[in-house]
Design a protein around this ligand. Sequence first.
Ligand code: URA
Length: 213
Amino acid sequence: MTDTPNHLTIVDHPLVQHKLTIMRDKTTSTAAFRQLLREISQLLAYEVTRGLPMTTKRVETPMQEMDAPTLDGKKLALISILRAGNGLMDGVLELIPSARVGFVGLYRDEETLQPVQYYFKVPEAMEDRLVIAVDPMLATGNSSVAAINLLKEAGATNIIFLCLLASPEGVATMKAAHPDVRIVTASLDEALNEKGYIIPGLGDAGDRMFGTK
Ligand code: URA
């Protein structure tokens, strides 16, 4: 795991990087892409949750009583930024099945090019939870910033943004708008192209995971 000073964590674990390489390959099938995304998201979730607060509880093993470590605080909130966020969320939920789940739906207005909200539903007491917002691709950063704005309006103060790939432009946009939000990613890629795709990237994450074009 590489932590950079600007709150960017790159999960450079060999398994993550190996799986990501297969996902980038354009000949990888939809089924394999989906399965790899599930596996990688669990590995990313493992890193994201490394700092969760702990307490102890008294348990009785078959041998004796002990104070054993257990998670403290309110259940964390997992927020999928639709639609591609759902692919990343599934695997994270397998690892943290008690997480509360929310959704943010945004589309881009073709005239203003600004993100417009079409769906928003998040758990209650957002201010008391670690909020993990998931979207596989941090590309321009515009919709990610808009999603984080909405989460903060709903009360969230402790937010991690989890993605598979990030562009330097997306990281800069997020950092400028939300310097308090830690970004966790499997790779910081080279650039964005003129259409807003990450280069070298893996193409359209939603299309590749859902088999659409
Ligand atoms: N969204 C994607 O799915 N892919 C990109 O490269 C950029 C945004």
